[in-house]
Design a protein around this ligand. Sequence first.
Ligand code: NDP
Ligand code: 2IT
Length: 444
Amino acid sequence: MNALETVERLKQRFPNEPEYIQAVSQVLGTIEDEYNRHPEFEQANLIDRLCIPDRIISFRVTWVDDKGKVQTNMGYRVQHNNAIGPYKGGIRFHASVTPSVLKFLAFEQTFKNALTTLPMGGAKGGSDFNPHGKSDAEVMRFCQAFMNELYRHIGPDEDVPAGDIGVGGREVGYMFGQYKKLTHQFVGVLTGKGLQFGGSLIRPEATGYGNVYFLESMLQTRGIELKGKRVLVSGSGNVAQYTVEKLIELGAVPVTLSDSDGYIYDPDGIDADKLAFVMELKNEKRGRIKEYAEKYGVKYVAGARPWGEKADIALPSATQDEIEEADARSLVANGVIAVSEGANMPSTPEAIEIFQQAKLLYAPGKAANAGGVAVSGLEMSQNSERLSWTREQVDERLKMIMSDIHQNCVKYGTQPDGYINYVRGANVAGFLKVAKAMMAQGIV
Ligand code: NDP
Ligand code: 2IT
């Protein structure tokens, strides 16, 4: 397999899918050597079968808004690969959702899920529905209309969706309710459920907590302490909030948060009280991060991202391609020592190149943010045994899984000069597991 040629071929087959091509080309560039060590992989054309999703389901979602107007959106589910377990991955509701975005996310999810040590295949779904400014009743009707079509394609042993951008506990609850109504089945078909109906403790916290645990492991390789470090966090949703919570608990100083309109910079650090304000603002009032700046009298920069501020660590936790080349340059120039991705593919290929050239501790999302889906996997286990584990039990498993992922990255990513290439490590480890499972199951 020649990575460049394969990417060219995929570009021709799937034009106008830049996010998908970006994700595939990142992975192929780092697994090429390992792949070519196994002639049997090429004989089975494993590369096409690994890059092209098993299937893509797309459908129209029709719902009625509060004014009585009939609205339509597109709905999708990309079922990428189920070699190691049922399809698993989140659902994103955001105006920017396209088949290309969901194909990139489902592809990434396949390797991420392989890294978690749990039996989960890879998938992603979503809609171009924009939840901003919608009433609770509109969100409910949309979720029900979305599930009216999706329910045929999912199931606890088939495909288990969860949350992602624009989909949190509220949306998962509405979708679960509609699935139950349609099928008469109370089963673990979604994760991220409420605690009263099969949800797992620590699932809301898991992605942010997991990223900070992974960051700690990276810092340990250089004998650096997290305590006292100033941290840039982007986003202000689920992942960003619990990232900040864990940072505060461990004595670090988060200084920024953002949303799609701009970012805030709090030089004194975001403390527990300020975080409680953010959680209420974002999860209950569904307001804008600008209101933080108004309340606490700190700087707000409209239409910008936080990467120009001075700090020690950056944890991008909003969306893809939010750290571009110039941002990466300013992070390095400002002396940042570590970048660990809470979001999926937040750094562009040019930015990653700059981080690696500067020998920063740099962890890609599929390793660093795997804690979310890992605890989803634990939620599935709890649902299967019809039991719920304690906070401590789940947190302990989460810590073990993040540490395992870190060790796997070190195993496959350590370069002759000692630098740990976490991108290579994560890609090779995830790829080998999926590839071996596919080989064993024949040409299907
Ligand atoms: P939320 O919807 O809870 O929060 C998303 C945050 O990012 C919001 O602050 C949002 O701002 C901001 N944002 C979204 N899109 C953009 C954009 N195009 N430009 C600028 N800001 C944007 O989502 P999550 O916190 O769940 O997800 C954040 C990231 O983490 C995503 O990349 C997701 O794929 C990834 N992830 C999530 C996991 C999970 O368990 N939830 C697990 C692993 C990864 P606004 O409010 O203005 O839209
Ligand atoms: O990107 C991700 O890993 C998620 N949005 C979580 C997926 C899941 O199934 O919990």
